[in-house]
Design a protein around this ligand. Structure first.
Ligand SMILES: Nc1ncnc2c1ncn2[C@@H]1O[C@H](COP(=O)(O)OP(=O)(O)O)[C@@H](O)[C@H]1O
Ligand SMILES: [Mg+2]
Length: 506
């Protein structure tokens, strides 16, 4: 009996736990048995591995072959183990020296022709292999992604035959390379394109400075989408840790990682017809959703009232914790999802409620039902509610002066963020209850003001706590140590949906 062992890695969430592929050849009737893989995956893998070995003109052992993937309780679906299984069989059969497999890890799906196909989750695997002190061989299509793992020693191959030649010392594989330096200055659209909308621009600046979630409400064509797309350009680029976390999500999604986008914050804008799985993650093989692809970036949900309530309910956990748990059958996988939410909606089904023209004809109960589609708990978590009215005629004129540019506003945002970093080591929106109690103290009379506002405008306690954090951000933008009355008043004014102002206007 002969035995060979090949190292590989599974993907669970954004992690890559080790998998041992053990191959035994023994006497008895020729057969290929696999242990530790789900039934359907076994059938497919068996066919691919056999065909790839034969296609590469190697002998397929006419003996009893047992392949064991350990540990047994890891998710091992997908074709990523084809390559280590094929190599294990060839090593056990004497085609490759079994010792050649000892300090290398292998990931890759085989086509029937023996060509290697890219798989998902290669970046986490490359990080883990490096930690283990092992080299890594991946399909050519995964090379750039593997190379992002810093000082990884990764090689790329196009076919099974090339891998065998490398292991036998006949022809060395090319190293995987990525060029992170291609990261260019960001190419986000500029705020200077937005005319008028002073209040909405101000709110966007506050949102950027304190990392607050925001919702724009207004008739079609006022510039809600225009404004939302300009948020990422106001934010500082991601740091290395954040960039790596965002890249791990993209890798788990099987999308590959674009080195040119390395530190750029993502702007994800799924359509309201997207399924719950597409938004928060899911599938038989759990994949991250849009909220995870927006990790450390911006998630834009346009037409918020058109989204299904059930789909939006999936946002609550991640909005609170920054992670989402995707469960499917017996398995649950966790993905990071720390995004900044920007939502937009019309004030009523026709979009014109509250417009001075009086052109809205929606009955008030229809308007009320439209608004009620947004759940209170979701709105509570959105710090800034901002009206984006129709532009006045003089603002639309082509010779009207342009607004401030992204560069100018961004400088103020970065200064305010620096203050927060110095004080708390995090942005105001992320302050815990205790930290907010310490950093967002109000003068006695301002405390009374907030209490009165809570009562007369019927804020939830959660909303009141959010107001304090926004007031802190406004003070930081003004360069003030303490929150002043004007800061608090402005923060309170950004909770219009709680106050039912739009309902009244309709
Ligand atoms: N404030 C604005 N400044 C400049 N252009 C605007 C503004 N508002 C709307 N527009 C123009 O109208 C188009 C539609 O704007 P959009 O942002 O999609 O509106 P909304 O999302 O509120 O329906 C934009 O592409 C832009 O050309
Ligand atoms: Mg729009």
């Amino acid at each position: 009996m002969s035995l060979a062992l090949a190292h590989s890695r599974a993907r669970v969430g954004v992690h890559a736990p080790a998998v041992r592929v053990e191959v035994y050849l023994s006497g008895g009737l020729p057969a290929l048995n696999m242990v530790g893989l789900p039934e359907a995956a076994v059938r497919e893998s068996r066919d691919r591995v056999r065909a790839a070995i034969l296609c590469a003109q190697f002998e397929f052992p006419a003996r009893r072959i047992t392949v064991n993937l350990a540990p047994a309780d890891l998710p091992k679906d997908g074709g990523r183990f084809d390559l280590p299984i094929a190599l294990g069989i060839l090593a056990a059969n004497g085609v490759i020296d079994p010792n050649a497999l000892s300090d290398i890890e292998f990931i890759g799906e085989l086509a029937l022709t023996g060509e290697l196909r890219a798989v998902d989750g290669v970046l986490p695997a490359a990080l883990a292999a490096t930690n283990e002190g092992r080299r890594l061989i991946v399909p050519l299509g995964n090379g750039a992604e593997a190379a992002l793992a810093g000082n990884v020693r990764a090689f790329t191959a196009r076919t099974l035959l090339e891998v065998v030649a490398h292991l036998n010392g006949e022809k060395t594989l090319p190293p995987a390379i990525a060029d992170r330096r291609v990261t260019t200055e960001t190419t986000y659209p500029d705020l200077a394109d937005v005319r008028g909308q002073g209040q909405a621009r101000r709110a966007l600046e506050i949102a950027a400075a304190g990392n607050h979630h925001l919702i724009f409400i207004g008739p079609p064509g006022g510039g809600k989408t225009l404004l939302a797309a300009r948020l990422p350009g106001l934010l500082p680029p991601m740091d290395e840790t954040e960039a790596m976390e965002a890249a791990l999500v993209a890798s788990a999604c099987g999308q590959g990682v674009d080195p040119g986008q390395w530190r750029q914050r993502r702007f994800r804008a799924p359509h309201h017809t997207a399924s719950a799985a597409a938004l928060v993650g899911g599938g038989s093989r759990p994949r991250p959703g849009e909220i995870s692809l927006a990790h450390h970036g911006v998630l834009f949900l346009d037409e918020l009232a058109e989204w299904s309530r059930r789909t939006l309910d999936g946002l609550r956990e991640p909005l609170e914790s920054g992670v989402v748990t995707v469960s499917r059958a017996a398995r649950a996988e966790e993905f990071p999802a720390r995004f900044q939410l920007v939502a937009a909606m019309n004030p009523c089904p026709c979009g014109w409620a509250g417009d001075p023209s009086g052109r809205c004809r929606c009955p008030s109960e229809v308007v009320a039902r439209y608004r009620a589609r947004l759940s209170g708990p979701l709105l509570d978590r959105i710090d800034l509610h901002v009206a984006v009215p129709r532009l006045a005629a003089h603002e639309i004129r082509i010779d009207a002066p342009p607004g401030e540019s992204t560069a100018v506003v961004r400088a103020r945002v970065l200064a305010a963020r620096e203050r927060q970093q110095q004080r708390a080591g995090k942005t105001n929106a992320r302050l815990s209850q205790a930290e907010a109690g310490r950093d967002c103290a109000l003068e006695a009379r301002d405390g009374n003001l907030l209490e009165q506002a809570m009562q007369s405008l019927q804020f939830s306690a959660r909303a009141a706590h959010r107001i304090l954090r926004v007031a802190r951000t406004i003070a930081d933008l003004a360069g003030c140590e303490r929150i002043a009355t004007a800061h608090l008043r402005e923060a309170i004014a950004y909770r219009q949906l709680d106050r039912g102002v739009f309902r009244a206007a309709a």
